[in-house]
Design a protein around this ligand. Structure first.
Ligand SMILES: [Zn+2]
Length: 240
């Protein structure tokens, strides 16, 4: 299987579906992680330098599971549902040839998340259109789109759960590459990562994955819902 995950910012994929991606990689799937914006929004510092640091962190995270990182480099907070950005999504889908696409749910809190949601749906269709202007041939696959959990599980009633108990450590290891996001405010090259039990991000991942795990009778899980639309439904399960 080819698995393609879109995340608006570096670390969004890790927070919501990295355990599932690690499990997919372990069964031999080709995993592509597409980070849409460059994450220059935080921590405080020179925006270009912050973007470069976040690119490096995202690459180190993808390397944990041998995933391919696609870095679209749209400035953080500048994502729009427009032709220019749609084109980047279409090209990503045509290159990755996914059997399933993972993306943000519909009404998550951040505009970049919501626009990523919309662009994913739009691009999945335009990637099929023969005469859409692109250097790549159309992608004619029947590709389900799964929405991963909302941040903190808000407004999200799952339809499918993936047991990530054996891959929770990998999820944490991937998240831990995003050292800059643990910094309280200003970028500090000498920052030392706080221990896990004092670290808000670790606590958040443990609580959310533990809660979803409890719902389905395992220790840790990640949760998904599906887009019910023409060309997007298959009569079998793709996620592990
Ligand atoms: Zn985000």
């Amino acid at each position: 299987m080819n698995i393609l995950a879109f995340g608006a910012h570096p670390d969004d994929i890790e927070a919501q579906c990295a355990g599932t991606l690690a499990k997919c990689a372990a069964r031999g799937d080709k995993v592509t992680m597409c980070v849409v914006t460059d994450g220059r929004g935080r921590p405080k510092g020179d925006p270009d330098q912050m973007a470069a640091i976040r690119h490096q962190e995202a690459q180190e995270s993808a390397d944990v599971i041998g995933a391919e990182l696609v870095w679209l480099a749209i400035p953080d907070g500048k994502l729009q549902v427009c032709d220019e950005h749609l084109h980047k999504f279409v090209e990503t889908i045509r290159r990755a040839q996914p059997d399933i696409i993972l993306t943000h749910p519909q009404d998550d809190y951040h505009p970049d998340h919501r626009y990523t949601y919309q662009l994913t749906l739009d691009a999945a269709q335009m990637a099929r259109v023969r005469n859409y202007a692109s250097d790549l041939p159309p992608f004619r696959g029947r590709t389900p789109i799964a929405f991963y959990d909302g941040v903190l599980g808000m407004s999200f009633i799952p339809e499918e759960w993936v047991d990530i108990t054996d891959f929770f450590d990998a999820k944490i290891e991937m998240m831990s590459k995003h050292v800059s996001q643990m910094m309280p405010d200003t970028y500090d090259p000498n920052f030392v990562m706080p221990p896990k039990d004092e670290n808000m991000f670790y606590r958040m991942l443990g609580l959310q994955s533990g809660y979803r795990g409890m719902q389905c009778g395992v220790r840790y899980a990640e949760a998904f819902i599906y887009w019910k639309s023409a060309n997007r439904v298959v009569p079998y399960r793709i996620l592990p």
